[in-house]
Design a protein around this ligand. Structure first.
Ligand SMILES: [Zn+2]
Length: 387
């Protein structure tokens, strides 16, 4: 027997699609963890549900995606000695995390054999163990001098699909980095780069010239992590890059707004994606993606439903994921949320546009309820109910 999830009485259906962020409908059906159909309940076949959720009028959106995290192992980060940071992040409406390198592993190997072994192991340990159901795409090696084309082939053959941030290792020149990024791409491995000044003692500056010469798929933290590049270099990257422009919580907020405003002028809002860059020196940010959405929407003059696409569908498309969009066959990964109690605004979207966080009422991953009322967001007006 297949698992049939029916979510009814949805008040607002957000698609994750920047070209059409709001869908009509009050009901969504998923079968065996994949989205099957959505629309008005009266038009859909809701018979035979194995799980029914009464949304009680709250908003359903694709589960949020954090494009930039630094996991280590399980639900523990040695960076700030914290347990259960991934579970806390699930309570912030995030259902997918993407590693930009497992760089906080104490004693991280930097020799070629060692870094390959750790990347493969990290990919496996998060594939085999999902903390609280969270999807963690990990196993993102940081390139070092001495790597040859065969190493990228070996990594890809072993299941590695991501590079960690270029620039966090010994490779800090565009010529070497672009060659390695090209090898990675040849074998289907996505790449990202550290943009801006050094994050912590030991890391270095990556300027716009190096980002452009390296040609990664993602311009990692274009707003710095923490120190942003000078404004003219950020504008230059927005103008010249076809890559994803990633804005992070751990970066410079003024530079984030500069990126948003420049991308809007260039008609490139579809290139914007969001990350936290946590855990890091600024700690763990369970509400980081929601906070970015509220910040960009309230100060950057974009609608809340558009800002939510930065943290869902845009990232899905740029990262080639099967989550983050309301699309037939995509994973049934959702966040159900509502306007927070006593937050101003006539509805959830206006409330976010005024800079307020929504209250998360439930998260669903692969069609399975993973968390109910968030312990971390402000309480929502209305809560969905598992019936
Ligand atoms: Zn970085």
């Amino acid at each position: 027997m297949s698992a049939k999830l029916v979510i009814k009485n949805i008040g607002l259906l957000l698609s994750g699609k920047i070209e059409e962020p709001i869908f009509d409908g009050d009901c969504l059906i998923a079968v065996d963890g994949k989205i099957e159909q959505w629309g008005y309940e009266k038009d859909l076949d809701t018979e035979g549900a194995t799980t029914t959720i009464d949304a009680h009028g709250v908003t359903l959106a694709p589960g949020l995606i954090d494009s930039h995290i630094h996991p280590v192992v399980g639900d523990y980060t040695p960076r700030q000695q914290q347990l259960h940071w991934i579970d806390s992040t699930l309570h912030g409406g995030v259902t997918t995390l993407i590693s930009a390198g497992e760089v906080h592993m104490p004693g991280r190997p930097k020799d070629v054999v060692g870094l390959k072994a750790m990347a493969i192991a990290a990919q496996r340990w998060y594939e085999n163990f999902r903390p609280s159901g969270m999807k963690v795409h990990a196993g993102a090696p940081v390139i070092e001098h001495g790597m040859v084309e065969e190493d990228f082939k070996d990594l890809a053959d072993a299941g590695v699909k991501l590079l960690g941030e270029v620039g966090l290792g010994t490779v800090k020149d565009g010529k070497t980095a672009s060659q390695m990024v090209e090898w990675a791409r040849k074998y289907g491995i996505q790449s990202t780069i550290h943009t801006g000044g050094p994050s912590i003692p030991g890391s270095g500056l990556i300027d716009a010239d190096m980002v452009l010469e390296t040609g990664t798929d993602v311009v990692g933290h274009i707003n710095g992590g923490h120190s942003a590049l000078p404004d003219d270099q950020i504008v230059c990257l927005c103008e010249n890059c076809k890559a994803a422009l990633e804005i992070v919580h751990n970066g410079n907020e003024r530079a984030a707004l500069l990126t948003l405003n420049t991308a809007r002028e260039l008609n490139k809002l579809d290139q914007l994606i969001l990350g936290t860059d946590g855990p890091a020196g600024s700690g763990v940010q369970p509400l980081g993606i929601l906070r970015m959405i509220a910040m960009l929407s309230s100060l950057g003059n974009v609608s809340a439903e558009t800002a939510i696409c930065f943290g869902t569908g845009n990232t899905s498309r740029r990262r080639d994921l099967d989550t983050g969009l309301i699309e037939k066959g995509y994973c049934a990964d959702f966040v159900l949320m509502d306007q927070a109690q006593h937050a101003p605004g006539k509805n959830i979207l206006e409330s976010i546009q005024l800079g307020n966080l929504p209250g998360v009422g439930m998260t669903i991953i692969d069609g399975i309820v993973r968390s109910e009322r968030s312990r971390n967001t402000p309480p929502a007006n209305k809560l969905p109910e598992l019936v």
